[in-house]
Design a protein around this ligand. Structure first.
Ligand code: GUN
Length: 292
């Protein structure tokens, strides 16, 4: 049997519509337009596309947005000064520093993100928000994993008591996803590059989350029949005649795995759309917390 395809399109639109309505209420009741500042250092092509999508989404739902572009060669201190100015700005309720930071700044990412006011940390990467997530206290939650869990809920896929396996232990996806699934009473395992006999663990998963950044890494033999498979990967393959810019594929071998899984997210058109929609939710939520 072929898996049910969990498209992110309609659900992302519903999340954006909800954010638009709440932003409208803030404008009406408090004369406040939620504002997002995206800090982009350098000229990485993929980061520019992501930043443009975030800016476009803000315009679409009526949020104020600023893109602060800085050259690759800026110092750590200059970047921190920029973040501190945004912390103090009344127009800005959410701040996001696009990752990865280029060059020498890359090694200082954690230290730099620590300077974002936790109340404006719409990526949810600040240690205060990460700590709240671990403790189960309300805070700002990382967009991609939060979008995945909302999608599972929306699709009616049970998490309570189920075995969830996450492949990938990044701070952006794997680690926050662990706590979000735990909060839904799933029994959660994280696998990573040192995990032995990976397939024997992934085959136990009722919910399998792939966030490794390796094209088509999860193959059909690694998936339990009927499992829900969430593909967080976005990888561009080498160009060929059919795809001159290189085909976009996930971390899951979609064509083969959809014949085994019960439900699966496509790439593109799956989880990626939810990340931006969840960011809009976080900006509005941050604004609500700041003004109410
Ligand atoms: N780069 C890739 N994903 C993300 C994200 O969710 N937030 C930020 N700031 N940078 C990213």
């Amino acid at each position: 049997m072929t898996a049910r395809i969990l498209s992110g399109k309609a659900f992302a639109q519903a999340l954006k519509d909800d954010a638009r309505a709440r932003a409208g209420r803030l404008a009406h009741e408090h004369h406040v337009t939620p504002g997002l500042a995206v800090v982009l250092v350098g000229a990485d092509a993929a980061s520019q596309v992501y930043v443009r999508n975030k800016d476009k989404a803000c315009a679409e739902i009526g949020l104020y947005s600023e893109v602060v572009r800085m050259p690759e060669g800026i110092s750590k201190q200059e970047l921190i000064k920029t973040i501190e100015a945004l912390n103090a700005s009344e127009k800005i309720h959410g701040i996001l520093v696009q990752l990865p930071l280029p060059g020498k700044l890359h090694a200082h990412e954690t230290e730099i993100l620590d300077h974002i006011d936790p109340a404006k940390d719409v990526d949810g990467f600040h240690p205060v928000n990460m700590g709240k997530l671990v403790l189960g206290i309300p805070g700002l939650t990382p967009c991609t994993p939060a979008g995945c869990v909302r999608m599972l809920e929306h699709a009616g896929i049970p998490m309570d008591g189920k075995r969830a396996v996450i492949v990938g232990r990044s701070n952006i996806v794997g680690k926050p996803m662990l706590h979000l699934l735990l909060a839904k009473n799933a029994t959660v395992t994280i696998c990573h590059s040192h995990t032995q006999d990976l397939a024997s663990i992934t085959r136990e998963a009722d919910i399998l989350v792939a966030a490794v950044g390796r094209p088509r890494f999860i193959t059909a033999d690694m998936v339990k029949p009927g499992a829900a498979v969430i593909d967080v990967g976005i990888n561009r393959l080498a160009p060929d005649a059919e795809h001159p810019r290189g085909k976009l594929v996930g971390d899951v071998d979609f064509d083969a795995v959809k014949e085994v899984a019960g439900a699966i997210t496509p790439v593109p058109g799956g989880v990626g759309l939810l990340t931006v929609a969840m960011l809009m939710q976080n900006v509005v939520h941050a604004a609500e917390m700041q003004v109410c």
